[in-house]
Design a protein around this ligand. Structure first.
Ligand code: AMP
Length: 558
């Protein structure tokens, strides 16, 4: 029995507690106007695709997934937050004000979330953004805005939480005013590391959401594809999801069959997306303006913002036509800018980015030990996958295979997340009840150890990348010095053989080890990764049974 409301955006009616059958009977007896009917429980589980440039929210409704439309009538919402003199705007409203408040309009929070200020990619991005980012405590990047006459600093997860809260608000207003959409599945790029995942969970909590699960974007898209094709319930198919959005590229290979979505391998780049293409075009325009007008507007936030909007529009147009005009009125000191951009020119400017997109495709095939002939479907997801050159390169890798464009590239991830949300909260009916998701860890996890007979430090992999999650693994280690009193366990993620070149996750120390020559004490180290991809590590001294461990936390430095 669940509590149900019935109605639409204009009004709702409390139907009290009912089971679905009696609710439907009641509905049939009522003489409803032919307006859109929504039935739902009073606490709905939603799926949120928290994108770099756009976000999308969806919910399972009786027997299907519905993409929830925002108050501007859009099915996707800009991942923007703008601080005006008097208000804080989020979503499409925020995007509409970027021209007026370029230094106070924050976007790309997903490119900062869970990262350190001094990372190379962050430093590169900071130079391109019209808003200010400074180094906070523990190397954490902080976004600085002026709001209501005061300087305010926000972490990336604060900005993401505002976007998530907006998505929840869209869901609640679309479903009906009395519904709480608190329970959510949020998607992240499969290549997000532990710290980026934890920061996303934190953003969800700050938005007042109960984060049921964090799932990988391509896996969510595969669920949408499986349901669309009913592939989840017919013979097994090997499916490659190529998901290229505004900020990230994700490639996953899954075997789908009998309701099981089994991820075989995943690869990607958390810093490669449509935004990079926009920036290339903006730089081109800035250079052209410099040549024509002898003025460098590279440092002018307002002018760069105008160019970015114009270039993104042109980029999208070039997916469907061979040339387009970029026109920016009063770009600088009343001077207009006009140029014709051809698809050839766009491809020439971006070819290295397009080629880079094929690297994870090959890596994923290699990791899954799958030949291209074994891949049944290559499915395009994400707005940037509409670019013809990328499709051409992908087709070349697969020796001319037809690419699958049947699912909506902007909505598939939220769609899949909504199915998973409904499934986790026990709200799905029919075939979906048999739905199982088997995902993998994107990066290898391990300990820093010293090589025998040398002082060289290396990465001892405990959980190899592409291991099925949840996963528990153990390893055994000993001391390197005689009569060592304590041992420190340093945990890293990444593929380099040198631990220091990987991402440092955290460390802890076992003290009070009974005196013994080196190599005698024995420690068992336990690595446990949960279904969200969040890691806990502990170590046990086998002689004293003393045990210590940590749940890997964010805000760490080394
Ligand atoms: P997503 O993160 O999947 O919402 O993708 C957003 C990215 O896709 C943005 O960088 C958009 O500019 C880009 N995009 C959307 N439509 C197109 C298109 N028709 N051609 C090229 N890029 C597009």
């Amino acid at each position: 029995m669940s509590k149900f409301w019935i109605g639409d955006k204009k009004g709702t009616e409390d139907l009290g507690t009912a089971d679905l059958k009696s609710l439907l009977q009641l509905y049939l007896l009522q003489d409803f106007q032919p307006r859109k009917l929504i039935m739902t429980e009073d606490n709905h589980a939603i799926g949120i695709d928290l994108g770099t440039t756009y976000s999308c929210v969806a919910a399972w409704q009786a027997d299907h997934v519905e993409i929830l439309v925002n108050d501007h009538g859009n099915r996707t919402t800009r991942s923007y937050v703008t601080f005006t003199d008097s208000k804080r705007l989020v979503g499409d409203e925020a995007f509409n004000q970027v021209g007026r408040f370029p230094a106070n309009s924050i976007f790309d929070a997903k490119r900062l979330i869970g990262r350190r200020f001094n990372e190379e990619t962050v430093q590169k991005d900071v130079k391109c953004w019209p808003f200010k980012v400074i180094e906070g405590p523990a190397d954490k990047p902080l976004i600085v805005v002026n709001h209501k006459g005061e300087e305010k600093k926000f972490a990336a997860e604060d900005i993401s939480s505002m976007v998530l809260a907006k998505m929840r608000e869209i869901a609640e207003s679309y479903l009906c005013s009395k519904i709480s959409a608190k329970n959510a599945v949020i998607t992240v790029p499969s290549y997000f590391n532990d710290s980026q995942r934890q920061a996303t969970i934190e953003a969800g909590k700050l938005a007042g959401l109960n984060v049921l699960r964090i799932i990988n974007e391509p896996t969510a898209a595969a669920i949408a594809y499986g349901i669309d094709k009913k592939a989840g319930w017919f013979n097994k198919r090997n499916v490659m999801i190529f998901d290229w959005g505004g900020g990230t590229l994700d490639v996953s290979l899954l075997t789908i069959g009998n309701g099981v979505f089994d991820v075989k391998a995943t690869a990607g780049d958390t810093h490669l997306g449509g935004e990079d293409l926009d920036n290339r075009m903006v730089n081109y325009c800035v250079e052209e303006f410099k040549t024509k007008q002898n003025v460098d507007i590279g440092g002018n936030a307002k002018a760069l913002r105008k160019a970015k909007t114009a270039c993104e529009k042109a980029k999208k147009a070039l997916s469907f036509s061979f040339d387009t005009d970029i026109e920016i009125d009063s770009w600088y000191k009343g001077e207009d800018f006009h140029t014709t951009f051809t698809r050839d020119k766009f491809e020439e400017l971006s070819m290295d980015i397009f080629n880079k997109c094929m690297e994870p495709v090959n890596k994923c095939l290699e990791d899954a030990k799958m030949d291209i002939s074994e891949v049944d479907d290559v499915v395009l997801v994400g707005g940037s996958s509409r670019i013809p050159k990328v499709q051409e390169l992908l087709q070349e890798v697969f020796k001319g295979k037809e690419l699958c464009k049947s699912i909506n590239p902007d909505e598939a991830v939220a769609y899949g997340a909504a199915v998973q949300a409904a499934s986790l909260s026990g709200n799905v009916t029919g075939k979906l009840q048999d739905f199982t998701l088997l995902d993998v860890t994107p990066l290898s996890l391990g300990l820093e150890l010293v090589k025998h007979d040398s002082s060289e430090l290396y990465m001892n992999v405990v959980i190899p990348r592409n291991s099925r999650i949840p996963v528990s693994k153990t390893t055994h280690v000993t001391t390197v010095d005689d009569y060592q009193e304590s041992v420190t366990f340093s945990i890293y993620e990444g593929e380099s053989k040198v631990a220091k070149n990987n991402n440092f996750l955290g460390e802890f120390t076992l003290h009070g080890i009974p005196p013994a020559p080196k190599g005698v004490p024995k420690f068992t180290v336990y690595f446990d990764m949960d279904a969200n991809g969040v890691l806990s590590v502990s170590a046990e001294d086998m002689s004293t049974r003393q045990k210590k461990g940590i749940k890997i936390k964010r805000d760490r430095t080394k």
